[in-house]
Structure formats: structure tokens, C-alpha cells
Design a protein around this ligand. Structure first.
Ligand SMILES: [Zn+2]
Length: 64
């Protein structure tokens, strides 16, 4: 079974009360996290590389 990772919007530096958490493989978490950042938090396409790197650096091991 592949390792699962988790990112939690409650820990997002600039977040304003979002409580979404995403878990899955590291690639799924990065892709969905980026889509969530773009659609829900109004991040722009030119932030994609930085956001994805941030997610990769901040994803935690999930034990669910
Ligand atoms: Zn969020």
C-alpha cells in the first residue's frame, strides 16, 4: 500500500478559516492541493511551482 500524505488548510500560512484537509499519495496531495489553492483560495497560475513546492515540503505522513 502506498504511503499516504496529508495537508491541512488549517496550517496554511495565509488561510482565513478554511478547515479542508487533503490526503492521498504525495502526487495526489500536491495536485489536489494546488487545485484547491487555485479554486478556493484564488491563487494564480504563476504561483503553481511555489505552491506545489510548499505542499511537498509541508505534507505530513497520514495514518488513516
Ligand atoms: Zn483551503
Amino acid at each position: 500500500m502506498a504511503d499516504r500524505y496529508r495537508v491541512d488548510c488549517r496550517k496554511f500560512p495565509s488561510d482565513q478559516g478554511c478547515t479542508v484537509a487533503i490526503s492521498g499519495s504525495i502526487d495526489e496531495v500536491i495536485e489536489l492541493g494546488w487545485l484547491h489553492a487555485k479554486t478556493h483560495h484564488a491563487h494564480k497560475d504563476d504561483e503553481e511551482t511555489g505552491i506545489k513546492e510548499w505542499i511537498r515540503g509541508n505534507a505530513e505522513a497520514a495514518h488513516d
